[in-house]
Write a protein that binds this ligand. Sequence first.
Ligand SMILES: Cc1cc2nc3c(=O)[nH]c(=O)nc-3n(C[C@H](O)[C@H](O)[C@H](O)COP(=O)(O)O)c2cc1C
Length: 304
Amino acid sequence: MSDISVDLCGLKLKNPTMLASGLIGISGAACVNAAKNGAGAIVPKSIGPQEREGHNNPVLVEFEGGFLNAVGLPNSGVDNSLNELEFAMKNAGVPVIPSLFGGTKEEFGIVAKKLSTLNPEMMEVNLSCPNTANDFGTPFALDKEEAASVIKIVKENTDAKISAKLAPNVPDIKEISVAVEKAGADAISAINTMPGMAINVETGKHILHNKQGGVSGYALKSIAVKCVYDIFEAVKIPIIGIGGITYGKDAIEMIMAGATSVQIGTGIYYRGIDVFEKVSKEIESFMSQENYNNLEEMRGIAHE
Ligand SMILES: Cc1cc2nc3c(=O)[nH]c(=O)nc-3n(C[C@H](O)[C@H](O)[C@H](O)COP(=O)(O)O)c2cc1C
């Protein structure tokens, strides 16, 4: 049997599949359910400083290559989310990695400090939501100095390991990665959704209420693989590959590009909540077939 366990910044994952933020919300029970269905770690929906309704419907539309969403970071605010998170952390049986965002740099610090009262081993810093520019301005992940200063503030407010979640729509993801690594990020989550749009040809109008949204699913995969490949060449910290992972071979591609672990979001829609178990089995059977003993033997081999 091939070994598919992962060491992610000292966190022990039984397999490399993680639940991506935002796909099943913040409910503790839903997080536990994803863990029961094989996720090696859980990243709940991003949490901000205050309660936030998000955008009006429609917030999600399917197209040939995946989904476009503009949910707009709805969440109940950090103070009201601690109970659900605590439930998830106590009952999931796998690492639960809270995801946080803020409208300002200072708010990132405030949320990080409050989340740290739960002593999470790791937190993901969402620097890259493409759908909230009207409220918060340009995402921090689009500028290396802005991204680095958020990571610095978060590090000052927590002892947890920090993964910086980056955006694909930048001219040079390597320089953003180097900047967040220098600012103290322990890992990089790559990538968030890619800005996109869909128009209803009957009405001649945009489909999403927010007009534009973020592309996830199959259409994002090759973009994500390139981002992970580029980041691997620029930094030493581990990379969590995210974007379009649906089958075991997608996860393997990410790992060969340099990812230490992967997150699955839209894949839940295509294959069910047990996508984590399915993808893990597919990775294992590929490795046995190809005589890989562990994930380390595959990691980054596309660079050789
Ligand atoms: C409906 C929806 C909501 C999302 N909400 C969040 C979020 O709250 N925080 C975050 O960092 N990413 C969020 N994402 C982005 C995902 O975590 C992930 O980066 C993206 O969907 C690409 O992965 P996938 O192709 O496997 O879905 C969301 C994605 C979708 C589709």
